[in-house]
Design a protein around this ligand. Structure first.
Ligand code: NAD
Length: 257
């Protein structure tokens, strides 16, 4: 399928799943807007590289997804938004009694509230264009819980509820809103959790990967950023026009347990 002529904004896309999704959308012909909170030469170079590799237009726009006004400014600066992928996210692992309140606030802001702001800013553009796709990167943790991830699990459950509500509010428009719920994907975010989880459980790295992370994923394999990207491309297709207000799991069977 071709997404030629469509503009896709992917939040938190200078690494990991966001970068994989942006690259897959670019491969399908979309012009892409990359984003993160940094404003380094390599961020802009990444956009230039994607534009060249896929013969599309790509831009990098700095915006801090912990700030509501930045979220809305990102959409305004992009100037067009046919496909919105809310992906920016952070994690912190600790028991609730030890969970720093500032980490709770940051996770709720970046992983949940940012999507409220970007969607509110993007929907008017989609309505004018007469077509739109909102794709929220939730998680298996949007459907089920794990200990020591209270803010992340709360935010991801919130994203699932937000996706359902926006799906209903746009049900009569040619716009869909869904959440993709990946299980574990080996990205910098997951790498960063390994030391804390090793400490919480008193385990070595390999044991944490096999016995804690992939223990919940019956396939015993990480999902890939490309698989998440191809699912986003599918959600942009005509075949997915009646898929809205729901979740698609890519979790090797995790949520079937
Ligand atoms: P990552 O750390 O590789 O990427 C996170 C991205 O968000 C980066 O580009 C980072 O720069 C950006 N970001 C962080 N704070 C930001 C801020 N304040 N403003 C703008 N951008 C910001 O992590 P990832 O694993 O690729 O995670 C991406 C999304 O996928 C997250 O929402 C995460 O919860 C979700 N997810 C990840 C997994 C997994 O196993 N990796 C599984 C399920 C869901």
């Amino acid at each position: 399928m071709t997404l030629s002529g469509k503009t896709a904004i992917v939040t938190g896309s200078n690494s990991g799943i966001g970068l994989g999704v942006a690259e897959t959308l670019a491969q399908a012909g979309a012009n892409v807007v990359l984003n993160s909170f940094t404003d380094r030469p390599e961020d802009h170079a990444l956009a230039a590289r994607i534009a060249k590799d896929h013969n599309i237009q790509a831009r990098y726009i700095q915006a801090d997804m912990s700030r509501g006004e930045d979220c809305r400014a990102l959409i305004e600066k992009a100037g067009a938004c046919d496909i919105l992928v809310n992906n920016a996210g952070i994690q912190h692992v600790a028991a609730i009694e030890d969970f720093p309140p500032e980490k709770w606030d940051a996770i709720i802001a970046i992983n949940l509230s940012s999507s409220f702001h970007t969607i509110a800013a993007a929907l008017p553009m989609m309505r004018i264009a007469g077509w739109g796709r909102v794709i929220n990167i939730a998680s298996a943790h949007g459907l089920t819980a794990s200990p020591y991830k209270v803010a992340y699990v709360a935010a991801k459950h919130g994203i699932v509820g937000l996706s359902k509500t926006v799906g209903l509010e746009t049900a009569e428009d040619p716009i869909t809103c869904n959440a993709i719920c990946p299980g574990y994907v080996l990205t910098p975010l997951v790498e960063a959790q390994i030391p804390d989880t090793m400490k919480e459980y008193g385990m070595d790295r390999e044991t944490v990967i096999k016995e804690v992370m992939l223990a919940r994923q019956p396939s015993r394999e990480f999902a890939t950023t490309g698989q998440v990207g191809e699912t986003a491309v599918f959600l942009c297709s005509d075949a997915a026009a009646q898929i809205t207000g729901t979740t698609i799991s890519i979790d090797g069977g995790w949520t079937a347990l």
